[in-house]
Design a protein around this ligand. Structure first.
Ligand code: ADP
Ligand code: MG
Length: 461
């Protein structure tokens, strides 16, 4: 079977190249360079290699796995008739591959991990793909070349979730591993107990045993170490001990190391010895995916939840900064359904707006949605929004349609697919008209002025 896959590999690649959902850039970057390592007939796993063993390659491998393995799987099956699981890896990892254990072991609960904060439950988007890939790489090979890992980003964007996911994964791999995941505050309190011989707390020996003998130390919200001199001193020593014995260290923080202005330099430089990755705000599609993921998780826990698509879109369009508020919105919808004794899918947009009004305040600032953009652009050109969204091809409609699509892409970052859905067009038609408009903007000053005016109208802040 491996022979057959190898023989037909070029056909598989051609098939993938034609896939409209993949796009040429993605194909050329991620798929074309892959080579076949092996096909295991017993497990049905087809292992593909990304060449190189550097950090970037390993991050790329986990990224490609997550994003594209399903495309490759379908293509292989289509061309060769062989059903397989795809595993993309680097040559070096192939050597060290361990079997993955499916269940979360008991040990996970002992270190106080949130069972929901796993990689499986983490939605990967453009905003967090690097942080995710680096975390996964660390989880797969702790203490290796991504040490320490420093993750930073604003509140509610998934830092704690990723730290727990790393710990879960490491414990799955090795239930005996001493994985210590603590908040900066806990680390400080343990230290204070040790220093002042607090009888209820830990002794100095226990402190050292816990932290300096860890296989992995993950400290959440490390920014709280600012202005705590003795904690800094102890962290410095702990860091050196762990680092020298090649134990993994992970920090999360609300800011990058260079913004730890008052911190001792020997610590900030150490924070940057490994990769520093940030998590940004999720875009619209990622927010929708997170909402759907949360619903799925709730259903797995036995809850009845299936929120109307319009309501999901309304939440995703308006709750932009803290993922906790996305979760909170779902809870509110569920509570309302319970109070009304109806199903969540029967809550309509009007009811949703009413119940979400303290999370989403339409009076403080007009929220930017695709509908709103189309409305403003249509008013500006004195045409009807429904015509702009129709398939009519008259000239007076074409420009507002193109501009609307461009602005929806530019201002709220929707994908071409989702924009296509609004306008009843396919993904490549939308992409072309957005690209065309983009290139006209560089040499048509009047058009550029109109677009700038529109942006101000849509987002006066
Ligand atoms: P932070 O530590 O950055 O403040 P958390 O990790 O506590 O944020 O995340 C807040 C909430 O949002 C958690 O419930 C978490 O599960 C959820 N969350 C954050 N990012 C994601 C994501 N990419 N996919 C799914 N859930 C996420
Ligand atoms: Mg946190």
């Amino acid at each position: 079977m491996e022979k057959k896959i190898r023989e037909k590999w070029n056909e598989v690649l051609n098939f993938l190249k034609e896939d409209p959902y993949l796009g040429t850039v993605s194909f050329d970057t991620w798929i074309a360079p892959l080579t076949i390592h092996s096909f295991d007939e017993k497990t049905g796993v087809l292992t593909l290699l990304i060449h190189g063993d550097k950090m970037e390659d390993r991050m790329a491998a986990s990224y490609v796995n997550k994003r594209y393995s399903i495309f490759i799987q379908v293509a292989v099956e289509e061309i060769t008739g062989i059903h397989c699981e795809i595993n993309i890896t680097t040559p070096d990892s192939v050597k060290k591959k361990k079997d993955e254990i499916k269940k979360i072991p008991q040990a996970a609960y002992h270190v106080g991990l949130n069972p929901r904060y796993t990689f499986e439950n983490f939605v990967v988007g453009r905003n967090n793909s690097h942080a995710h890939a680096a975390s996964l790489a660390v989880a797969e090979r702790p203490g290796d070349e991504f040490n320490p890992l420093f993750i930073y980003g604003g509140p509610g964007l998934g830092k704690t979730h990723l730290l727990h996911a790393i710990a879960h994964f490491m414990l799955k791999d090795n239930p005996q591993a001493k994985v210590v995941l603590v908040s900066c505050e806990k680390f400080t309190n343990d230290l204070i107990d040790a220093l002042f011989n607090n009888k209820k707390g830990m002794s100095t020996e226990e402190f050292r045993e816990k932290y300096r003998n860890a296989d992995a130390l993950l400290i959440d919200d490390i920014q709280f170490i600012i202005n705590k001199e003795s904690t800094q001193e102890e962290l410095f020593n702990t860091f050196n001990t762990l680092y020298e014995s090649k134990k993994q260290i992970v920090f999360s923080s609300d800011r990058p190391p260079k913004e730890f202005v008052t911190l001792e330099e020997r610590l900030t430089t150490r924070f940057g010895w490994g990769p520093i990755v940030d998590i940004g705000l999720p875009d619209y599609e990622t927010r929708v995916a997170i909402l759907r993921k949360k619903e799925e998780m709730l259903r797995e826990e036995g809850k009845q939840v299936n929120i109307d698509n319009q309501v999901i879109q309304y939440i995703a369009a308006n709750v932009v900064s803290d993922i906790r508020n996305l979760e909170g919105s779902i809870q509110k919808i569920m509570l309302l359904a319970k109070l009304k004794n109806i199903k969540t899918e029967d809550i309509d947009l009007e009811q949703a707006k009413e119940v979400l009004k303290d999370v989403i305040n339409p009076h403080s600032k007009r929220e930017i949605t695709s509908d709103y953009i189309i409305e403003v652009v249509s008013n500006h050109y004195h045409v009807n929004p429904s015509e702009v969204m129709s398939k009519r091809r008259s000239r007076n409609i074409l420009i507002p349609r193109q501009i609307s699509q461009y602005l929806i892409r530019d201002m709220i970052g929707m994908t071409f697919d989702s924009i296509g859905e609004i306008f009843g067009q396919d993904h490549s038609t939308v992409m072309h008209s957005v690209e065309k408009l983009e290139s006209s903007l560089t040499d048509d000053d009047d058009l550029k002025k109109s677009v700038d005016t529109l942006i101000k109208k849509i987002n006066p802040g």
